[in-house]
Write a protein that binds this ligand. Structure first.
Ligand SMILES: Nc1nc2c(ncn2[C@@H]2O[C@H](COP(=O)(O)OP(=O)(O)O)[C@@H](O)[C@H]2O)c(=O)[nH]1
Ligand SMILES: [Mg+2]
Length: 470
């Protein structure tokens, strides 16, 4: 995967309230005030001079030191009741013997990983197990970036309440400072659904959690479309069956040795674990595309961003539009134009492969018309989010009267995770959304706008000049 430094998303107007909003978010942090004050000046100058910011290696100091870590805040009673106590050096010491748990790892772009965790929680629900969610590990933002807690991105207390079920994060179970490597047996689903890779799906998560995994290859009947080499999906209920004793026992085969301690372990019964849960559906592949998607309906829609991220998103929108202090934030329509590494889908034929702006504008007009018709609302503010870095293109975006999001200082001030987190929250927070076909980031934003705002959505097709003709 390529690095995606989004360095040209900074061709953007800054509003009169400049960088103050960040200070409002962290009012007790005096040291940050100075940084934010200079941020206001720098971003304005940056906009006026249209200079591009080149990404340099940065640390996450501000995030880790200045944003409250959920782990240090409070544990809800739901979380406490489902563990023996505070995080322990070995996860097993913290598991209640009268509870059963379920976990898995991630291994793709950030939105794919978000969807994978939605699947994890849905699988936990149907197996009556407690989900233990790991952290997010980086991909497009640069693989050297430190991971970020799930609970720094999504509002876990709100999620638990909406589900009416317990949800745990790994750092609540195992002390993140622990150096103890623990052995565990997990299911290897990857080798049961595809034939290219002859190993379980790779993930960086087990290394972060200090887990030494012995994998048992799942039976081939877990594959959704038997023997079909062009699809890699399995089903929730096939995987659920493996979490129950009868099917588990009937499916045992010799496990692979764990890489570190060279132990052979059958799949754990206390914490059932699977190598990868992205390619899972109830009824068909890529099910989040469909209105009935149970992973979306029962889990995904309840995963709201944390109040901090929601607030950041709103303040970035206010700055983009130039809303003055004291005025309410107007409703907006967000666009997500996914480019970057998607150019591999274009092959030789790059001319007319991506949808041009007038094609996108046609969809924006449809969204405006639908919002007017269904809600009687006139929405005039259109915010562009994109991984496109071409300055001419961004100039054309502004020329259409749309607004871009100024991320020229985001990484420096908040850390490299924040451009994508803020953009995702902006996309999901509008009353309308226009996305890019084949992008999961667009897909999940579309679902959010539908579920959270009953909003109007469109997806722009691309690949050939006439792909989005309609
Ligand atoms: N900040 C920002 N990053 C983006 C945007 N579009 C794509 N990216 C980056 O590219 C990645 C795309 O991977 P993913 O989230 O899995 O979505 P997909 O590849 O479009 O299906 C994102 O996670 C971001 O890191 C955008 O509009 N804003
Ligand atoms: Mg992706």
């Amino acid at each position: 995967m390529q690095r995606n430094n989004l360095s040209e998303e900074n061709l953007l107007p800054t509003s009169r309230d400049g960088g103050r909003f960040l200070a409002d978010i962290f009012p007790k942090r005096r040291s940050l005030f100075a940084v934010f004050a200079s941020f206001a000046t720098i971003s304005l100058l940056g906009f006026l001079s249209f200079t591009f910011w080149t990404e340099q290696p940065r640390t996450q100091t501000i995030i880790t030191e200045d944003i409250p870590q959920p782990s240090n805040v409070t544990h809800s009673t739901l979380s406490d009741a489902n563990l023996i106590g505070a995080p322990t050096a070995q996860f097993r010491d913290n598991l209640r013997p009268d509870r059963k748990y379920l976990t898995s790892w991630i291994s793709a772009g950030w939105t794919n990983d978000v969807m994978t965790y939605m699947n994890l929680v849905y699988l936990a629900i149907i197996t009556d197990r407690i989900p233990i969610i790991p952290m997010f590990t980086p991909s497009h933002i640069g693989t050297s970036v430190p991971p970020i807690d799930f609970g720094l991105v999504f509002d876990v207390p709100r999620f638990r309440k909406a589900l009416g079920k317990p949800v745990l994060e790994w750092h609540e179970v195992k002390d993140r400072a622990s150096g103890l490597v623990e052995e565990i047996g997990c299911w290897n689903t990857w080798e049961a659904v595809q034939e290219r890779d002859h190993h379980p799906r790779h993930s960086y998560v087990p290394a972060h959690l200090k887990l030494d995994i012995s994998y048992t290859k799942a039976p081939s009947w877990i594959k959704l479309i038997p023997k079909f080499e062009h699809d890699m999906h399995t089903t929730f209920w096939a995987l659920a069956a493996l979490a129950f004793p009868e099917t588990r026992t009937a499916s045992l085969v010799t496990p692979l040795e764990s890489p570190e301690h060279h132990v052979s372990l059958p799949p754990d019964e206390h914490v059932v674990c699977y190598d990868y849960l992205y390619f899972v559906g109830a009824n068909q592949p890529f099910e989040f595309e469909f209105d009935y998607s149970p992973a979306w309906r029962y889990v995904g829609q309840h995963m709201h961003f944390t109040p901090i991220i929601e607030h950041l998103a709103e303040e970035y929108v206010r700055r983009a539009i130039g809303v003055v202090e004291g005025e309410p934030t107007p409703p907006w329509i967000a666009i997500h134009v996914r480019r970057g590494d998607f150019k591999v889908f274009c092959g030789e034929n790059t001319d007319g492969c991506y949808a041009p702006l007038p094609v996108i504008a046609r969809r924006v007009e449809e969204v405006k018309a639908e919002i007017l018709e269904r809600k009687g609302m006139v929405v005039t503010h259109v915010i562009m989010t994109s991984d496109e870095r071409n300055s001419t293109w961004w100039g054309e975006v502004v020329g259409l009267g749309w607004y871009g999001v100024d991320h020229s200082q985001t990484t420096e001030l908040l850390g490299p995770w924040y451009p994508v987190l803020i953009d995702a929250a902006i996309q999901g927070g509008g009353v309308g959304f226009v996305g890019t076909d084949r992008s999961t980031m667009s897909l999940i934003a579309r679902r959010r706008v539908q579920s959270w705002k009953d909003g109007a959505v469109r997806t722009v097709k691309w690949g050939k000049p006439d792909s989005d003709d309609h």
